[in-house]
Design a protein around this ligand. Structure first.
Ligand code: PLP
Length: 151
């Protein structure tokens, strides 16, 4: 049987990687600012993974909230309303300036950039978008075009 890292190399395509070449270390656990591999080797997570585990790994409140919602309803399409999504959107208004009160939920940063481009174009009626040189921020077509590595 193939090890997890080998399974990943064989069956998963990744952006920004030579396909089938990289070795991927299997990580089996984490807590707070630490995560560790199968052999128990611990890593101090200085970057909070992709800057998205900012309150630490396995935070008990996050796990409890995930469990609670998963037992009620794991998924509902955007065509319907759902209490957690509505409440989170309302909470976001406590952190947005002025009278900004609309949130768009995305699956990641690249998609956020794509939506920011669309919103800016709709709002201004203008087409040009300026960005900084080598300001990489995602691997969708829009994000790469706008914020690519400058190749
Ligand atoms: C600086 C930066 N921006 C954006 C992204 C893309 O993020 P996402 O996978 O959430 O689209 C990454 C991913 O590595 C990144 O490092």
């Amino acid at each position: 049987m193939l090890r997890v890292g080998e399974l990943e190399r064989k069956y998963i395509m990744r952006s920004w990687a030579v396909q089938g070449k990289n070795k991927y270390e299997e990580i089996v656990g984490g807590e707070g600012c630490w995560f560790w591999n199968k052999e128990g080797k611990k890593y101090l997570d200085f970057s909070s993974q992709l800057i998205n585990v900012n309150i630490g790994h396995q935070h008990p409140k996050i796990i409890a909230a995930l469990k609670e919602q998963a037992e009620k309803l794991c998924y509902i399409s955007p065509a319907y309303a759902s209490e957690p999504r509505a409440k989170l959107a309302e909470m976001m208004t406590q952190h947005t300036p002025g009278d900004l009160c609309k949130t768009i939920f995305t699956l990641g940063r690249a998609e956020s950039n794509d939506n920011a481009i669309k919103i800016a174009r709709i709002y201004t009626g203008k087409f040009k978008i300026l960005s900084r040189y080598r300001s990489y921020h995602g691997a969708t077509f829009g994000a790469i075009t706008l914020t690519g590595l400058g190749w």
